[in-house]
Design a protein around this ligand. Structure first.
Ligand SMILES: [Zn+2]
Length: 228
């Protein structure tokens, strides 16, 4: 009976418990905030999206703001010109799995494949090897630190539930935000559990922040550029 109980606990230990442990204990491997002055870091997950990401890039350009996009590999492959534009306009690009899957449901081998295929796709389009990695939903498994051992695992200091049209916390963008903060937003609402039109609300709320913040907006460091 005891043996069966411990076997039943394995999936819980492999995914959710590992996530709880890493998000609490191993902060030296996980970036949530940077020690910089007069700077904020905008990060956008789940794209690229043909409509919303393009609108977002236009908005960032208008305010000369740089950001970091954690992209889904299959979507990057589908919309390479948007990835190219992100790169050409000075934004950083990070990995958000090849398909938007939780690490809880991936073997170590599958997790490595999700990360490497996305890295390869970004490299094929931009020539850049990215080392920025944000796991979907911030989910880790027991193999994440080993599989992503050369990557900078980026979580966030501020989250706004902006994948929902109703009940999001985008109003918090109106309040002053501390230097070095990493803001998590979403430029695609087609992910499971999100509202497809939610990025419209995000864009509406983002513009006043770009217009009024006293800090500059920079991309996260973490890309190796090719040497020519
Ligand atoms: Zn995501």
């Amino acid at each position: 009976m005891k043996k069966w109980l411990s076997l039943a606990m394995l999936p819980l230990m492999y995914g959710p418990s590992a996530t709880l442990y890493m998000r609490r204990k191993t902060s030296h491997r996980i970036t949530r905030k940077l020690h910089t002055t007069q700077t904020l870091y905008l990060t956008f997950d789940d794209g690229p999206h043909p409509y919303y990401t393009t609108k977002l890039l236009d908005l960032l350009k208008r305010y000369n703001a740089k950001a970091t996009f954690f992209v889904v590999g299959t979507l990057a492959k589908k919309y390479p010109s948007i990835i190219e534009r992100m790169h050409n306009e000075g934004h950083a690009i990070g990995i958000h799995h090849y398909t938007h899957q939780s690490a809880w449901l991936l073997t170590p081998h599958q997790l490595a494949e999700q990360i490497e295929r996305t890295r390869q796709t970004i490299h094929e389009i931009t020539g850049v090897h990215t080392h920025l990695y944000r796991p979907p939903w911030g989910h880790f498994n027991m193999a994440t630190l080993a599989v992503a051992k050369h990557d900078d695992i980026v979580l966030w200091s501020h989250i706004f539930k902006d994948w929902k049209v109703q009940g999001n916390h985008l109003h918090l963008l109106k309040h002053p935000i501390a230097d070095g903060s990493i803001l998590l937003l979403h430029d695609n609402g087609d992910t499971k559990g999100a509202d497809s039109s939610a990025p419209r609300c995000m864009l509406q709320a983002l513009e006043p922040l770009l217009a009024t913040a006293t800090q500059q907006f920079l991309a996260l460091p973490g890309e190796d550029h090719e040497c020519y």
